[in-house]
Design a protein around this ligand. Structure first.
Ligand code: DX5
Ligand code: ZN
Length: 213
């Protein structure tokens, strides 16, 4: 069964604690937190201190997506704040292998994310350090964008590369009840969904719809 990771980017920021409790109760698998720095992406969101307080609202794994140019400077803080999976972007790292090792050394699961233009070949020599591969199916920065279908081929190729390794493929951006089945068919294990979960009030029904009804 595919896992659903609602992105709290689309939640009501004035009631973030209640929103996290609500998606927990609605049956989410992970809590997806989008961290944006205003450099790597043209938007700003939240940092470790918010994650630390939100930890009180759910025991579900916190899946923290760092859209930052300098993740290395903050890995320790994000780990201490209570992140379970820390995902960095392949495009920002000169020394990705070191960054991933640092996440593992902090006792956390390591994820690597690819923007739509980044080829899957970047994964080849770090596969054994990865717990999660995040395929961005929109250009990162904002919720509510249209799914880029060319990423389906990339997901299928990554599935092949992973082979028998224990690595989850997560798809992020433009996931709706129409695009979710395509992602699952291509090999996705986890679907991130912002708008599709938070746009209407029955979060449990919205999560269920993404799982296939
Ligand atoms: C985009 C973020 C996503 C985004 C998904 O940069 O990484 O997690 O919030 O939002 P939707 O599901 O609305 O495309
Ligand atoms: Zn994300």
């Amino acid at each position: 069964m595919v896992k659903i990771a609602p992105s709290i980017l689309s939640a009501d920021f004035s009631a973030l604690g209640d929103e996290v409790r609500a998606i927990d109760k609605a049956g989410c698998d992970y809590v997806h937190v989008d961290v944006m720095d205003g450099h790597f992406v043209p938007n700003l969101t939240i940092g470790p201190c918010v994650i630390k307080d939100l930890r009180k609202c759910s025991e579900k794994p916190f899946d923290v997506h760092l859209m930052m140019t300098n993740p290395d400077d903050f890995l320790e803080e994000f780990a201490k704040a209570g992140s379970d999976i820390i995902t960095v972007h392949a495009e920002v790292g000169y020394h990705l292998d070191r960054t991933l090792q640092k996440i593992k050394d902090l006792g956390k699961k390591a994820g690597l994310s690819l923007t739509p233009a980044t080829p899957e070949s970047v994964l080849e020599y770090v596969l054994d350090k990865l717990d999660l591969i995040l395929v961005m199916s929109v250009n990162p920065g904002f919720g509510g964008q249209k799914f880029i279908s060319a990423q389906l081929e990339k997901i299928a190729k990554i599935k092949q590369m992973i082979g028998s390794r224990n690595i989850e493929i997560e798809v992020d951006g433009g996931v709706t009840k129409d695009t979710a089945p395509l992602c699952i068919k291509a090999g996705a294990d986890v679907l991130v969904a912002g708008s599709a979960v938070f746009a209407s009030s029955d979060y449990a029904a919205n999560i269920q719809a993404l799982k296939g009804g």
